[in-house]
Design a protein around this ligand. Structure first.
Ligand code: ATP
Ligand code: MG
Length: 550
């Protein structure tokens, strides 16, 4: 299949570069800023960067883009590594932009000496004002023509901590009338008296993104620096620094970021959801973070399948979350163990069942693997079925249980509803049924009835807590929140419905480590909030899949 697929534009570029000898082997990098947890968008970036390197026999560095000490933290550094490992990717070197602070500082002094950088005393507002607009050229700063000596002296004082935050910045001296606004004397360094998670208090000046990213790529000899589309306006500047400094020519390529229906992926907003207590944490199963979807029961394989299907495009795309859910089902359907769990129980008494008798049935754990390990399911004189699998005044097309009707209990006998027991208010509280001993699977001829329902035996079932998760937001395109509204106005009040369930005992012995299928209902994964006595299961995704990918 891999061979038949048309090459994407990045593969085309790489194959051309390898063919022409522009590069001997490829080296990509994944450059997260350690200011939050990785999300599904990052999964796409991971799949592209690691996937391309793997396909072409190259390598990928993990490089933390840690130039903003006030927002970054080792908590995030560690979580990011855990998530990448969970995805099954292996980086070559673990690096940090802060590893290069000395080198970057040296390059800044070099530019000052060559007359391509200067210290500006203007305020942030004056600098923005002076930049002009796309139609209006900027104006030069009054400090633009300081001498090399003066610039060097002040820049060294900035580094030594002589000035307060915001008092001065270092800017490149390029062209205040340049049609690309990025070239209107971009800021290279700002003063920030803040402790850095790695360099501590060594620095009080920190380099800006544009003066950092390309140079870091160059130092590492990254051949293909792949980032999201919004960086295309930065590319000319990326190239300009590399050329001006005369260093290894890394190249930047841009792809469309992933946007998903009913999902927010901005780290700033995700942090807000955590801080406001709207979700229980970064790994709340409703979060689009990798730790969140992992806790929800999504597998790394399903995320890779999804990324493979959406491909790599140059145009922004809003992908249907149903495609991701479809991938999760595909993967879990093939691999997950099956168990029966009743979530809204209706008691059924089997009136012709011998008093106290328990019969065990050998059932497959996964019907796709009938020779694989199995499970034993106990059957007895009292069972629970789902309330929704019984209907008193049923239409003709209702093939589950109805008065006088028959249904197959999954893996066991056919039962017939003989009597409906109600309470004083007319609510159905119990069914009295008879079972047909000749319908035991494997015993004699197979008799079919139209409906099959799942069930658990009252005596041996185990109570579990079930967290039925749904989408966190109600708006399909979260980039279209109206001006007068906030994204929090679109929170789904039913994104978590907790209830009790009754499970066959084997569920609690499951050791698979991935989500299991609650037969006829959905996929669920054991949550760490549970204990052996009081287990908790999170719904990964329902079984209902009307969605069909193209
Ligand atoms: P955010 O805007 O949510 O804070 P970011 O782009 O600042 O995200 P980084 O940690 O800087 O996050 O991203 C690391 C890498 O992941 C970058 O190369 C970035 O382009 C890529 N990336 C981030 N979000 C997405 C997305 N939604 N789709 C694809 N790639 C993404
Ligand atoms: Mg970023």
């Amino acid at each position: 299949m891999e061979e038949e697929r048309k090459l994407n534009f990045l593969e085309e570029i790489i194959e051309e570069d390898l063919r022409t000898g522009k590069v001997d082997s490829i080296l990509t990098r994944f450059p997260p800023e350690p200011n939050g947890y990785l999300h599904l968008g990052h999964a796409k970036s991971l799949c592209i960067n690691f996937g391309l390197a793997a396909k072409y026999g190259g390598k990928t560095n993990l490089r933390y883009d840690d130039t903003n000490p006030t927002k970054e933290d080792t908590e995030y550094v560690d979580a990011i590594k855990e998530d990448i490992e969970w995805m099954g990717f292996h980086w070559d070197k673990e690096l940090y932009a802060s590893d290069y602070f000395d080198q970057l500082y040296g390059w800044a002094e070099k530019m000052i000496m060559e007359g391509t950088a200067y210290v500006d005393d203007q305020t942030q507002e004056q600098i923005s004002e002076g930049r002009g607009t796309v139609d209006k050229p900027g104006v030069e700063s009054p400090w633009r023509n300081r001498s090399v000596e003066e610039n060097l002296k002040i820049f060294r004082e900035m580094k030594a901590g002589v000035y307060a935050d915001g008092e001065k910045v270092l800017r490149a001296k390029i062209d205040m009338a340049h049609p690309n606004m990025m070239f209107r004397d971009p800021i290279l360094y700002r003063i920030k008296h803040a402790s850095h998670h790695r360099t501590g208090d060594k620095w009080c000046i920190y380099p800006m993104y544009d003066f950092t990213h390309g140079q870091c790529d160059s130092i590492e000899h990254i051949t293909h620096s792949i980032c999201t589309l919004e960086f295309d306006v930065h590319r000319p500047l990326y190239d300009w620094f590399i050329k001006t400094l005369g260093i290894y020519p890394s190249h930047q390529y841009e792809f469309a970021r992933l946007n998903l229906t009913y999902t927010l992926m901005s780290k700033r907003k995700l942090l807000e959801l955590v801080q406001m207590g709207i979700v229980s944490g970064w790994d709340d199963p409703r979060m689009p973070t990798l730790c969140g979807v992992r806790r929800r029961g999504y597998t790394a394989e399903s995320l890779k399948m999804f990324c493979d299907r959406i491909g790599v495009s140059k145009r922004d795309q809003l992908m249907d979350i149903q495609l991701l859910e479809w991938c999760v089902r595909q993967d879990l359907n093939a691999r997950s163990n099956r168990y029966m769990v009743v979530q809204d129980p209706l008691k059924v008494k089997i009136t012709n069942w011998p008093e106290g008798k328990v019969e065990w049935f050998d059932c497959p754990l996964n019907p796709a693997d009938p020779d694989g390990a199995g499970r034993r399911v106990p059957f007895g004189g009292e069972i629970y079925i789902e309330r929704a699998d019984f209907m008193e005044d049923a239409p003709a097309k209702f093939f589950r249980l109805k008065p006088g009707g028959e249904v197959r209990l999954k893996y066991t006998y056919i039962i017939k509803c003989e009597e409906v027991v109600k309470d004083g208010d007319g609510n159905v509280v119990e069914l009295r049924c008879t079972y047909d001993p000749s319908t035991r699977p494997g015993a004699g001829e197979w008799r079919s009835v139209k409906g099959t329902v799942h069930w658990v035996a009252v005596d041996s079932c185990r109570e579990v807590t079930i967290r039925n998760y749904d989408r966190l937001f109600t708006l399909a395109d979260m980039s279209q929140v109206p001006e007068d509204k906030d994204y929090k106005d679109f929170l789904n009040p039913e994104s978590l419905l907790e209830s009790k369930g009754y499970a066959e005992p084997a569920l609690l012995e499951d050791k698979s480590g991935i989500a299991v299928q609650f037969e006829r209902t959905g996929y669920y994964i054991s949550d760490r909030d549970g204990t052996p006595e009081a287990p908790v299961f999170n719904r990964t995704v329902t079984l209902k899949d009307s969605y069909r990918p193209e």
